[in-house]
Design a protein around this ligand. Structure first.
Ligand code: 5GP
Ligand code: ZN
Length: 304
């Protein structure tokens, strides 16, 4: 077992032993104690203070999206390995008996189910884009969203969950407006995480595009600097963890959903995402399990 894996397992066990998080028996699915619920609210409060300065408009979607949305955005081409399909039973009494038999025998019951019209949400921003179809107001628009997101990547790393919150802001506007917004957030985000006493570096990054074709997508995303990440030292400097990301989509979503500027030109979009559950782990690993004993500056920043 690698050193890193040993660290992951040991720290996760400590989180469970301290009753900060509750295990579920499945890697990547954890419950939060009241202390962690409080910390998550504090992290949202901190982001609130920043995004409100820009006049971001809050929007909320549930943690499921229409299945067709994933087709439209190309999710099954790019990230099929992360997808979270939702299936259900729609058979008759006879088929129900067969299903129950399968369940009783401890067998795989998926052959008895069929796909529903929804899938689990992979990123908080996806359900927003279709709602922006048409012309944006003068100066574009800015939204603030939070959602539990699902990605099928079970892991021993407590900072890599299958179900986790991504707090996002999404900017839509002219290329200049959108780039300026994203650029300003690189510094703001960096300062925010540093003010939490975390060891942070900014770097270009790429999404985990699937397979051989995906390698080219990753390379071009990096070359064009379409994705930046704030990497936090949770497990040692050689294995930094992305705790926030800043993505520039150019006119990708605008083409798919017909999002235009006030003058009718194609809009551009960008989003930023704070990995709330990752920040929780980063803070606990950096400052210890007793939140009352954290540095005063950190507690103050979080209004704890
Ligand atoms: P992205 O859409 O850039 O992949 O993810 C946005 C943010 O969500 C990341 O910067 C990271 O903080 C968080 N995130 C991504 N994957 C995971 C994960 O597997 N577990 C957790 N807890 N957070 C994640
Ligand atoms: Zn996004």
């Amino acid at each position: 077992m690698s050193d890193l894996n040993t660290q992951h397992l040991a720290f996760k066990q400590q989180l469970f032993d301290h009753k900060l998080l509750f295990g579920s028996g499945v890697n990547g699915i954890v419950g939060r104690s009241s202390k962690i619920v409080e910390l998550v609210a504090a992290l949202h409060g901190m982001v609130d203070k920043e995004s409100v300065k820009d006049g971001a408009q809050k929007v909320a979607f549930p943690p499921v999206v229409p299945r067709e949305l994933l087709r439209t955005v190309g999710y099954m081409n790019n990230f099929p390995q992360l997808s979270g399909s939702i299936h259900s039973f729609s058979g008759d009494d006879r088929q129900h008996l067969a299903l129950q038999e399968t369940v009783k025998n401890g067998e795989d019951w998926s052959p008895h189910l069929s796909q529903t019209d929804v899938t689990l949400t992979p990123a908080s921003c996806y359900p927003l884009y279709p709602t922006l179809a048409g012309n944006l107001p003068e100066g574009g628009a800015l939204f603030d969203l939070n959602c539990y997101c699902f990605r099928h990547e079970p892991s021993n790393d407590p900072a890599r969950l299958m179900s986790f919150e991504i707090r996002e802001n999404v900017r839509a506007g002219s290329p200049e407006e959108v780039q300026k917004w994203r650029h300003s957030w690189l510094d703001r985000g960096h300062n925010l995480l540093e003010s939490l006493g975390l060891s942070v570096v900014l770097d270009t990054a790429s999404d985990p595009f699937f397979g051989r074709g995906g390698r080219m997508m990753k390379a071009s995303q990096k070359e064009l600097e379409l994705k930046f990440e704030l990497l936090v030292d949770i497990w040692g400097k050689d294995n930094p963890t992305a705790c926030a990301s800043f993505n520039y989509h150019q006119d990708h979503f605008s083409h798919l959903f017909g999002i235009h500027l006030a003058d009718g030109a194609d809009a551009h979009t960008a989003c930023l995402g704070f990995g709330i559950d990752r920040l929780v782990i980063a803070l606990l690993k950096t400052h210890g399990f007793d939140m009352n004993a954290w540095p005063a500056s950190v507690r103050e920043k979080l209004a704890l």
